[in-house]
Design a protein around this ligand. Structure first.
Ligand code: PDD
Length: 277
């Protein structure tokens, strides 16, 4: 395997960044995860747009032109023989002696890794979620590498045998999953997902799903929903670059279906695969 670090393509085992990288010491950096399917980078433009926006919000300079970044992603897919899997890209503010304010002169650190990972196909077994208090910071729209609250929530999910941990705000409303956006379909067949403000990450998959929902004539609302509303919903699912549309059949201890994928989730998952095939 090959990793990309600051302009160099290195054997994965030898790839490293400096001990005083601000990503390491302050989580002062951002990242993107892009799916590779049938040799294609899925939703590449959306992910690069969001990378640029996350960097701008943190006043980190875009380290390379977009065309150069896109070339690196492609080369990493090729060098690692990735046919189906994930590309990970991280940019930090760079290396500087430890001090909280921004360094006057630091070059951003860029790291890219890529690996094969088979995705479940169109037909997928529904998964389960637990709910946990949302303990993340107030700018979840920035895809920062400060993922400790997400890691703690995911560990809790794993220990409960669940696929994802839905994050619940102080008012009892679901913000999103620890690494995915959260969706329900009401008994009236309305698709609901939280509005994309500072409380959630504006998922690239989420935006594609909203397009597919429009194209298929589904009604949808971008608004908050409570855990209770979700437990009384007809369907639930999560979305992310690594899951596309993943149906959910159980929320905490409440089963909302018999474990089958619901018709709306199926239509949207099929739409995703139709667009990629
Ligand atoms: N996570 N919300 C959060 C908190 C996320 O971390 C992610 C993605 C999403 C979905 O965004 P997108 O559709 O653009 O992947 C929503 C990635 C996959 C990860 O951390 O591995």
């Amino acid at each position: 395997r090959i990793a990309y670090v600051n302009g160099r393509y290195l054997p994965h085992a030898d790839a490293s960044v400096h001990v005083e990288d601000r990503g390491f010491q302050f989580a002062d950096g951002v990242y993107e995860v892009i799916a590779v399917y049938k040799d294609q980078l899925i939703d590449e433009k959306g992910h690069l747009d969001r990378l640029e926006r996350s960097l701008a919000e943190l006043r980190i300079a875009m380290p390379l032109a977009r065309t150069a970044l896109a070339q690196i992603l492609r080369r990493m897919v090729r060098l690692n023989l990735v046919r189906e899997g994930l590309v990970y890209m991280q940019v930090t503010r760079g290396v500087s002696p430890r001090d909280f304010p921004f360094p006057y002169a630091a070059m951003p650190t860029i790291v890219v890794t890529a690996r094969n990972k088979a995705f479940p196909g169109r037909e997928v077994k529904a998964a389960t979620v637990i709910t946990t208090p949302d303990q993340r910071w107030a700018r979840r729209d920035i895809k920062s590498v400060a993922l400790l609250p997400a890691a703690l929530a995911k560990q809790k999910a794993r220990e409960a045998g669940a696929f994802e941990a839905w994050q619940v705000d102080g008012d009892g409303f679901v913000t999103e999953g620890a690494s995915s956006n959260a969706w329900i379909v009401t008994k009236e067949n309305v698709i609901v997902t939280r509005a994309a403000d500072h409380n959630i990450l504006r998922g690239i998959t989420r935006m594609a799903i909203l397009d597919f929902a429009r194209e298929n004539g589904f009604k949808y609302e971008e608004r908050a929903f409570s855990v209770e509303e979700a437990q009384n919903a007809r369907e639930a699912f999560v979305s992310s670059a690594s899951t596309f549309v993943m149906p959910i059949w159980k929320i905490d201890n409440v089963a909302i279906s018999n474990g089958e994928m619901g018709p709306v989730a199926k239509t949207l998952r099929d739409a995703y695969f139709d667009a990629m095939d």
